[in-house]
Design a binder for this molecule. Structure first.
Ligand code: DGY
Length: 313
């Protein structure tokens, strides 16, 4: 398969890069300052694109690569891929579901605890030597709080299961009511927020879910409520979030994702009631390697005429 051109959009994992390099003619998109020259040079040899949560395959890239057969995403989220265009052109698409569910759900619980128990602030307090001189403010209990989850798919369900272990009642909003789960369904995100202490975003990003957490939802969650986002940055209206936090209309926010990554609104840096992470939901060695194996496995399957391991389109 050495002659098959695979375009990797950005650095994602050195393990993945090595595995791709062993099998394919790997072209690194980020290595060339002149993207148009790179695409022109390789336009007739690139048959696969490997993207991720920050760089996928948009309509322009798909048009620039006439021999493209498959887009294999090193992510479960597909929002950076023009799925409509892929379908139209018969280009296959794969992602990395399941292998990252536990890590992302673990991180959501970690963010809840970090925010409510002020773990990052505690750490700063000890490191700065203030422990010797002052008292640390009391924090907020997690066990027993009502958790509202937007999106009860694989990751949302895994978060709910973990929160149940903290004796938390679970509410959810989803496109469909799930009759067998035993959690309380709310038909709108505003109602979900009104009836929850902790609101967790865990749905895919689509046109319908962009800014699903807007100012009205933040007000419904209220001054004692907190927001956790492990989905995608554009799920949350960041300008409204900054306003709600500054004005004390929202209790706090813990965010693993942002609207324009790696840009983070500077106003958030000065606030103590926020926790900010650099999109690391799936960022463990074990999971990233399992994701890489799926990307490579899907490409190998495709180019040897076998069934894809995790097909989307
Ligand atoms: C995903 O897989 O969509 C994650 O956000 C990447 O870490």
């Amino acid at each position: 398969m050495e002659s098959i051109g695979v375009l990797m959009m950005c650095p994602m994992s050195s393990y993945l890069e090595n595995e791709l390099e062993k099998r394919f003619n790997l072209v690194r998109f980020w290595n060339s300052p002149e993207k148009s020259v790179l695409l022109e040079t390789h336009r007739n040899s690139i048959r696969a694109v490997v993207g991720n949560a920050s760089a996928g395959a948009d309509a322009q890239l798909i048009d620039d690569l006439p021999k493209l057969e498959i887009v294999s995403s090193f992510s479960v989220g597909l929002d950076k891929i023009d799925l409509g265009k892929c379908k139209e052109k018969g280009i296959r698409v794969t992602n990395t579901p399941d292998v990252l569910t536990e890590d992302v759900a673990d991180l959501a619980i970690g963010l809840i605890l970090a925010l409510l128990r002020r773990l990052c602030e505690c750490d700063r307090y000890v490191r700065s030597g203030k422990w010797k001189t002052g008292d640390f403010k009391l924090t907020t209990k997690f066990s027993g709080k009502t958790v509202g989850i937007i999106g009860l798919g694989r990751i949302g369900t895994a978060i709910a299961k973990r929160a149940e272990a903290f004796s938390c009642p679970i509410n959810y909003y989803s496109r469909r009511v799930k009759s067998d789960v035993g959690y309380k369904y709310y038909p709108t995100v505003v109602e979900l927020a009104k009836n929850s202490d902790i609101l967790v975003v865990a749905c895919p990003l689509t046109d319908e879910t962009r800014h699903i957490v807007n100012g009205e939802v933040m007000d419904a969650l209220g001054a004692k409520g907190v927001l956790i986002n492990i989905g995608r940055g554009p799920h949350v209206d960041e300008q409204e979030l900054v306003k709600a936090l500054r004005e004390g209309r929202l209790g706090g926010a813990a965010l693993d994702v942002f609207e324009q990554e790696p840009h983070v609104p500077e106003e958030l840096f000065g606030l103590e009631n926020v926790v900010l992470l650099p999109h690391v939901g799936s960022g463990t060695v074990e999971t990233r390697n399992a994701m890489a194996d799926l990307v490579v496995g899907n490409l190998e399957a495709h180019f040897s005429g076998k069934s894809l391991l995790t097909p989307v389109v």
